[in-house]
Design a protein around this ligand. Structure first.
Ligand SMILES: *[C@@H]1O[C@H](CO)[C@@H](O)[C@H](O)[C@H]1NC(C)=O
Ligand SMILES: *[C@@H]1O[C@H](CO)[C@@H](O)[C@H](O)[C@H]1NC(C)=O
Ligand SMILES: *[C@@H]1O[C@H](CO)[C@@H](O)[C@H](O)[C@H]1NC(C)=O
Length: 318
């Protein structure tokens, strides 16, 4: 039973020192495409200015009108690799979505380590996914494992086509594909493979706009692979204790053209004893570099069930 936790709204808006750890920035731009101005630099300079003013005792509410004090948004990227079981098992997801209308959820559906047999997965899945798709703050995408570009090309294309085919069933259409185990090194025909897989999604009629292609190399891929048509790249997937420091990830992403909206983290094995404070520190520590996030305390079969902190994760992200 999680202990109740009262968020003090007013306190939330007053960052604490040290100044380099502040998640505050101007309102995000509506577009996910690269902005003309360096959003990053802008956010950072505003953050530093605010932090200095706060340090000398000026309350943040006195500096900026309320509507400008906006946290950098985080999209919840949910690897939903669990069966709906007559709807019951997805309830905590539905509850979180309903409670957090202010958060956007991108839910990776994975009926059977892929789309299951065409045309549709079983009726439980169909009903549960349809229920998910009703929410305006949810986009669903399909899971395809490409096994470091070793998986048979034709199979991958067939799975993409199967997901795209779901659009023939009212309310079942997806927004794109999550490619798992994409290569991080530019060797062999990795580039060509990624390009063709991603392009297939972009050119399929069955996916809803805005279409989303996610690559999961689980680490920062070679820069030569980066432009291969991913909208979002998971640049870290791993245990909490291995989450890169801010300096490290920034150094690795230094030569990239992308911004925070292009990057995701999937973090597991978050120690329970770190509690809400640890969770908050993690979220605020990464939010200036990445926009897509999932955190779980599970250590095994990490996406096979909910984190004990699922609800806290959602509350603290906003
Ligand atoms: C959620 O997505 C909508 C567009 O689908 C966007 O307008 C809104 O700003 C997003 N909210 C957050 C918190 O990212
Ligand atoms: C996969 O197929 C596409 C065309 O269908 C082709 O362009 C691409 O090179 C193929 N990739 C591999 C690794 O065979
Ligand atoms: C490519 O990525 C691997 C690890 O994924 C790394 O060891 C290697 O240095 C990278 N090469 C370049 C040219 O970035």
């Amino acid at each position: 039973m999680p202990t109740t936790f009262k968020t003090q709204k007013s306190n939330e808006k007053i960052p604490q020192p040290p100044p380099h750890a502040q998640p505050y920035a101007p309102p995000p731009r509506a577009t996910r495409k690269r902005p003309a101005i360096d959003n990053h630099a802008l956010a950072l300079s505003v953050t530093i200015t605010l932090a200095i003013l706060v340090l000398i005792g000026v309350p943040i509410g006195a500096i900026l009108p309320e509507r400008y004090v906006v946290k950098l948004p985080i999209n919840i990227l949910v690897p939903l690799y669990l069966e709906p079981e007559s709807g019951i098992k997805w309830d905590r997801l539905f509850e979180g979505i309903i409670k957090h209308r202010e958060l956007n959820f991108t839910v990776i559906v994975d009926p059977s380590n892929g789309p299951s047999t065409p045309p549709h997965p079983g009726s439980l899945y169909v009903e549960a996914i349809k229920r998910l798709n009703v929410f305006p703050n949810v986009h669903t995408i399909g899971y395809v494992n490409i096994e470091h570009a070793h998986r048979d090309n034709a199979t991958v294309h067939r799975e993409i086509a199967t997901y795209a085919g779901w659009a023939t069933e009212t309310g079942l259409a997806l927004h794109g594909i999550f490619f798992d185990q994409t290569p991080s090194e530019d060797i062999g025909d990795a580039k060509q493979y990624l390009k063709s897989a991603s392009a297939t999604v972009c050119h399929s009629d069955g996916f809803l706009e805005p279409k989303l292609v996610v690559h999961n190399p689980g680490r920062v891929p070679n820069s030569s692979l980066e432009s291969y048509h991913a909208d979002v790249t998971v640049v870290f997937e791993g245990a909490f204790e291995d989450v890169p420091t801010r300096d490290k990830i920034r150094a690795q992403l230094n030569d990239r053209s992308g911004g925070r909206s292009d990057y995701a983290y999937l973090v597991h094995s978050m120690p329970q004893e770190n509690g809400k404070i640890g969770l908050r520190r993690l979220i605020n520590g990464v939010r200036r570099d990445i926009q897509w996030l999932y955190v779980t305390d599970r250590k095994e079969n990490v996406y096979g069930d909910y984190s004990a902190h699922w609800e806290d994760f959602l509350s603290l992200t906003w």
